[in-house]
Design a protein around this ligand. Structure first.
Ligand code: PMP
Length: 415
């Protein structure tokens, strides 16, 4: 590791951060690993691994139903994680924090619970062309079930949503706008506060898919003004199988349950059942308790680094990556929006992304190739797949240099 990564002007000591992530210190195909796939899933710092290990070794039990000590400790740890995650997104309080399996489940929850109760023929659900499939399909299902229509905001050639398009598509029939904060195939940061202002002026709600934003930007749901914010543990250095849907409490309180089972009820009888208040109403069954504990630890880890500093480091690396990739002949970036984070996606003339990805892997460089669960984005840019390097807080300029060297070597073999 060169001294250059120490004392970055952005204020992060990335060399020190790397030591927190044991998985990074390994070789792959006899080369030191360069992990550039954090957009798909990020590695875990020791603090998260230890929090989960400690919980299972000492405090584990089911939550909410026990009087014994371990059950109380487990409940405390679970609810403490909820409070931490409320702080992480600056929620007014923890009652709006629902634990889910991830972003996908959060969006499905709103589409099924709120959607079925509030959508009907003539209503419009507005999404963008750059959504992940999990921001598209749940709304198609809700529209099919209710007779509402799906309206798509189109992007320009840079992969940004023009303001005129927002104004044109968020119309008087809009009931909800569901949009990603950062697009996973492009890196575009969408103007959420502006979208919220336009939607609320039409009486529509806004759901934000924060899967890619939670690890990279300071999130403040009150400043954004959104109504729902969904994100995943595993992309923000926490465990898989756990996520959060934050919702404005008044909205959640008026929404029907979508899964029935234990823990989400007030009283059950065969004549009829009454439901618990949120968040319990939306957390049927035994939750991923250790996952929540780990996700809370991941949020603490990121807040300890400082999300402003994390965002500044991401921007510096992204600029460095853009400049370096521009030197590769025949390379075209997919996604050049002025407001952008964490994603370097590209195609190279005459080279299939899968071939490139395989050769990069032989050099120890892990990137993702394919449609990135965003087939409409691929269609918009006239490609079937891209190569995507996605950044994490532990990546360095040396990682980008290794990527560029590996691409050059691959091209010498492929061309
Ligand atoms: N939205 C975006 C923008 C994503 O990048 C992803 C994951 N690739 C998802 C939603 C789905 O997240 P999860 O698989 O964790 O539910």
């Amino acid at each position: 590791m060169s001294a250059a990564v120490h004392a970055e002007p952005e204020g992060l000591d990335v060399a020190l951060i790397r030591r927190d992530f044991p998985a990074l210190a390994q070789t792959v195909n006899d080369k030191p690993l360069v992990y550039l796939d954090s957009g798909a899933s990020a590695h875990k710092p020791q603090a998260v691994i230890d929090a989960v290990g400690r919980f299972y070794s000492r405090d584990y039990s089911n939550v909410h139903r026990g009087v014994h000590v371990l059950s109380q400790r487990a409940t405390e740890a679970f609810e403490h994680a909820r409070t931490t995650l409320a702080r992480f997104v600056n929620a007014p309080d923890e009652r709006g924090v629902i634990f889910t399996r991830g972003t996908t489940e959060g969006i499905n929850l709103v589409a099924q619970s709120w959607g079925r109760a509030n959508l009907g023929p003539g209503d419009e659900v507005v999404i963008s062309e750059m959504e992940h499939h999990s921001g598209i399909v749940p709304w198609q299902l809700a529209c099919e079930a209710t007779g509402a229509s799906l309206v798509v905001m189109r992007m320009d050639d840079r992969g940004a949503l023009p303001d005129a398009e927002l104004v044109a598509k968020i119309g008087p029939r809009a009931k909800i706008v569901s949009v990603t904060h950062i697009a996973n195939a492009l890196g575009t940061i969408n103007p959420i506060a502006r979208i919220v202002a336009l939607a609320h002026a039409q009486g529509a709600l806004v759901l934000v898919d924060g899967a890619q934003a939670a690890p990279h930007l300071p999130i403040d749901v009150q400043a954004l003004g959104c109504d729902f914010y969904a994100f995943s543990g595993h992309k923000m250095y926490g465990p898989t199988g756990i996520g959060v849907l934050w919702g404005r409490y008044e909205l959640l309180a008026a929404m029907p349950p979508w899964h029935g089972g234990g823990d989400m009820i007030k009283r059950v009888s065969f004549e009829g059942t009454t439901y618990a208040e949120p968040p319990a109403r939306f957390e049927a069954g035994t939750p991923h308790i250790a996952g929540a504990v780990g996700m809370g630890a991941a949020a603490e880890y990121l807040m300890g680094l400082g999300l402003e500093r994390v965002a500044a480091w991401d921007r510096a690396l992204l600029d460095y990556g853009h400049a370096a990739l521009a030197q590769i002949p025949g390379l075209r970036l997919t996604g050049t929006a002025p407001d952008k984070a964490s994603i370097l996606a590209f195609t190279i003339d005459g080279v299939h992304p899968h071939d490139l990805g395989t050769l990069l892997d032989m050099d120890g460089v892990a990137v993702r190739v394919g449609h990135h669960c965003a087939q409409p984005v691929m269609e918009r840019f006239g490609v079937s797949a891209t190569t995507r390097a996605s950044l994490g807080v532990y990546n360095t300029r040396e990682d980008i240099d290794r990527l560029i060297a590996a691409i050059r070597k691959a091209l010498s073999l492929l061309r």
